[in-house]
Design a protein around this ligand. Structure first.
Ligand SMILES: Cc1cc2nc3c(=O)[nH]c(=O)nc-3n(C[C@H](O)[C@H](O)[C@H](O)COP(=O)(O)OP(=O)(O)OC[C@H]3O[C@@H](n4cnc5c(N)ncnc54)[C@H](O)[C@@H]3O)c2cc1C
Length: 309
């Protein structure tokens, strides 16, 4: 493709600018995108799409991609939760009315276990500040704080970049002076994958009702080598929360890896519930009296979830 053809496609297909791009490390980034249109209305926890053309360069070290000529002019889009750095500067909660961008927290998928070549993230990671991108005009999703009442305890459990919507919801709770306890745990491979760790450390100092737990599965020492499910079954989550996991006063939000979440199959006619194995958090908590959402309209429980794949 000629540079002129690429320039024409970018001009025609893109509607946003990368105004900030921070590589936490080579495979993890925080990015802010300013849409050309008025920033859409949004609730903390929701998502929108980002897209780039197949003509864009990819970072090295990713699964080899073999494109057909007619695919080259297409745009690949994926859903991304809107994240938040919570503070605009240390000690000051972010004021969205003073900004015109949306923040995203994205991990590079270098290779797919199912053989499908990851299309978007190898291209997102080749972006620089000032580059153009496609951003969805609609913000959507039912993974929000709607069911949370003032004074409820709120537990956010995420894997990897599944922390993104929790950061935005945390900002929302802190901004509205939420009085219940708030705990956010995020499970990653290595401590360096906790991209917002410094912010969370500061927030814990300022807000006595807030606790952040970084969990690593491949690096004991700095943090604990533990999975989220173990944290609950061993009673540590309650210790950190400082109170019992009481279904009548607690909302649990689960985001990221579907294995951690463990959405069951419910056969309404027969009345059976089959949980995936090994157990995810939904099974562990439903056995303790919690109820997971069935869908946004059918049944809203006290376990809410967003699966990333
Ligand atoms: C509602 C929603 C919100 C999302 N928000 C985010 C977000 O805020 N940040 C983010 O990084 N991703 C997020 N995702 C995942 C995102 O949409 C893409 O699937 C991901 O970025 C990979 O895109 P790709 O084209 O490079 O690879 P794809 O071809 O889409 O590969 C998908 C595969 O990559 C792996 N994968 C996808 N997402 C992740 C992830 N986050 N961590 C580890 N492995 C993953 C899985 O094995 C999955 O099968 C979200 C997904 C959904 C449905």
């Amino acid at each position: 493709m000629t540079p002129e053809e690429v320039a024409e496609l970018r001009a025609r297909r893109y509607n946003g600018t990368v105004v900030h791009l921070q590589k936490v490390h080579s495979d993890l980034l925080v990015m802010r995108v300013r849409p050309d249109f008025a920033r859409p209305e949004q609730q903390a926890g929701q998502y929108c799409t980002l897209g780039l053309g197949f003509w864009e360069p990819r970072v090295e070290g990713c699964q080899v991609e073999d494109l057909k000529p007619d695919e080259l002019t297409k745009v690949v889009r994926r859903a991304y939760s809107i994240s938040s750095s919570v503070e605009s500067e240390p000690g000051k909660l972010y004021d969205p009315s003073l900004t015109d961008w949306l923040e995203f927290y994205i991990v590079l998928v270098r290779e797919n276990a199912d053989g499908r070549v990851p299309a978007l993230t190898p291209r997102l990671f080749a972006l620089k500040e000032g580059d153009r991108i496609q951003i969805g005009e609609k913000v959507a999703g039912h993974y929000t704080l709607d069911p949370v009442q003032p004074g409820d305890n709120v537990v956010f459990l995420g894997t990897g970049t599944g922390e993104a919507p929790h950061n935005y919801m945390l900002w929302s709770l802190l901004s509205r002076g939420h009085t219940g306890k708030i705990l956010s745990a995020c499970c990653v491979r290595y401590a360096r994958d906790l991209g917002y760790a410094k912010t969370h450390a500061r927030l814990m100092e300022r807000y006595p009702n807030y606790k952040y737990l970084g969990l690593t599965t491949r690096e004991p020492g700095l943090t604990k080598k533990v999975y989220i499910q173990d944290l609950i079954t061993h009673g540590e989550l309650e210790e950190h929360l400082g109170t019992a996991l009481d279904p009548s006063t607690t909302h649990v939000f689960l985001c990221g890896n579907p294995k951690m979440i463990g959405v069951p199959t419910r056969d309404k006619k027969v009345g059976t519930v089959t949980y995936p194995q090994p157990p995810g958090v939904i099974e562990i908590l439903e056995r303790r009296g919690f109820k997971a959402d069935v869908s946004a309209t059918k049944f809203k429980g006290n376990i809410h979830f967003e699966e990333y794949w």
